[in-house]
Ligand binder design. Structure first.
Ligand code: B12
Length: 211
């Protein structure tokens, strides 16, 4: 799908969305098409680092990815099946200071497709609001997203808040974002880290016993 990846990286939205539809129509899976987007987003991030792209390009790439998600989501739902059967609950948020939401939305979407009831409380959410939401809604999984290195301390604050509220052993904390690794997981005190939304799905199925 090199033509699709090139169109995304060039931020040629019309061409990218047309190719997205055409690849799905020709039988590529939602997952394969989605992977092409993730490859392209990584390339866009690299161009930003090299100062060839700037914030407006990041904004455009974000809009393109959101528009593409609307097309890919039904294709993935069609493949996954079992959307009506809820196997458990997951709360998701992007932590304070971070407004990136594409990865969070995809992680939420993949869990919904796997039959998890998902509540998304948005971006730039302060730790106390997240802890409060866990207390009220009692999810089995708390998925925290953060793409900035600045997001690690707010994630740690959420875990500390859960401990303080006596909720830490009631919820599994998954943290996700392109820059996250095992060191960050340990620093934050989360249960699992994910640089891929499928981790969420596998984990949810294990935890909630879904098929
Ligand atoms: C698009 C984008 C933006 C858009 C976001 C639009 C939106 N609605 O989200 C906008 C323009 C707003 C933006 C702003 C900024 N950005 Co920006 N952005 C990106 C970019 C190009 C792509 C991110 C993306 O959507 N990727 C595609 C998704 C699908 O991937 P993902 O987020 O990693 O998610 C996957 C996994 O990580 C995982 N996952 C993610 N969350 C979760 C949660 C759970 C629970 C689970 C299980 C899994 C999971 O599953 C997802 C699907 O597989 C990245 C570069 C990159 N390579 O990531 C830079 C990047 C993240 N941005 C960066 C920066 C610096 C900024 C700004 C500070 C720029 C500025 N000077 O203003 C601001 C910060 C604003 C803020 N306070 O948050 C840096 C961060 C560097 C750092 N180490 O901190 C990056 C890495 C670019 C770079 N290479 O320098 N950005």
């Amino acid at each position: 799908m090199k033509d699709l990846i090139d169109a995304i990286v060039a931020l040629n939205e019309d061409e990218a969305l047309e190719l997205t539809k055409s690849y799905l129509a020709k039988g590529k899976s939602g997952r394969e098409v989605f992977d092409a987007y993730q490859t392209a987003m990584a390339a866009i991030g690299a161009l930003f680092e090299k100062h060839e792209y700037f914030v407006p390009e990041l904004i455009m790439s974000g809009e393109l990815m959101s528009a593409a998600s609307d097309i890919i989501k039904p294709a993935m739902a069609g493949q996954g099946g079992g959307e009506d059967k809820k196997i458990g609950k997951a709360l998701v948020a992007t932590v304070q200071g971070d407004i990136h939401d594409i990865g969070k939305n995809i992680a939420a979407m993949m869990m919904e497709i796997a039959g998890v009831e998902v509540k998304d409380i948005g971006v730039d959410v302060p730790a106390d609001k997240i802890v409060e939401a866990v207390k009220e809604w009692q999810p089995g999984i708390l998925g925290l997203s953060g793409l900035l290195t600045l997001a690690y301390d707010p994630m740690k604050d959420v875990v500390a808040g859960l401990v303080k509220a006596g909720l830490r052993d009631k919820v599994k904390v998954l943290i996700g974002g392109g820059q996250i690794d095992e060191n960050v997981r340990q620093y934050v005190g989360a249960d699992v880290f994910a640089t891929d939304a499928m981790v969420n799905v596998t984990y949810a199925k294990e935890l909630f016993g879904g098929k």
